[in-house]
Design a protein around this ligand. Sequence first.
Ligand SMILES: C=CCO[C@@H]1O[C@H](CO)[C@@H](O[C@@H]2O[C@H](CO)[C@H](O)[C@H](OCc3cn(-c4n[nH]c(N)n4)nn3)[C@H]2O)[C@H](O)[C@H]1NC(C)=O
Length: 135
Amino acid sequence: MSCGIVCTNMGVKAGKRIGVKGEIAAGAKSFVLNLGKDQANVVLHFNPRFDAHGDVRTIVCNSMDKGEWGAEQRESAFPFQEGTNVEMFITHDPSNLTIALPNNHQFKFPNRLGLQVIDFLNAEGDFTIKSIQLE
Ligand SMILES: C=CCO[C@@H]1O[C@H](CO)[C@@H](O[C@@H]2O[C@H](CO)[C@H](O)[C@H](OCc3cn(-c4n[nH]c(N)n4)nn3)[C@H]2O)[C@H](O)[C@H]1NC(C)=O
């Protein structure tokens, strides 16, 4: 069950950019941004783990298709600090999502669902969204 913000009907087409600004809680263990069609069809589950599920200062990404998790992808960069504000940008095309992080870190995650339009976004865990930009 989501306890953070939930956006639906966003209508973000390929090539458009989603900007998310928010605050990472002091003492954060983990937070999640899910983007996709809906809660069960997630093209990007973005999960920075400060210390959670056995991962320390690791970004874990995955997808969910009709409620089923895909294969995890771990990123080496971890440009996050507990108790700070952060801004991230996500764009997508038919093949990939591109995630732009602080300190000019950027990585790609495959668009496994072939999603053309991102309608859904939710945040969970130790992160409070302050603003969302659709550009
Ligand atoms: C080593 C054998 C078991 O593997 C582990 O299995 C765990 C359970 O499936 C994996 O954690 C899940 O990984 C998923 C992505 O693949 C999701 O991150 C899942 O959490 C879903 C979730 C968390 N949250 C959340 N709400 N609030 C916070 N802080 N987090 N909301 N949704 C996590 O519980 C975890 O990533 C996985 N670890 C490895 C190394 O594979």
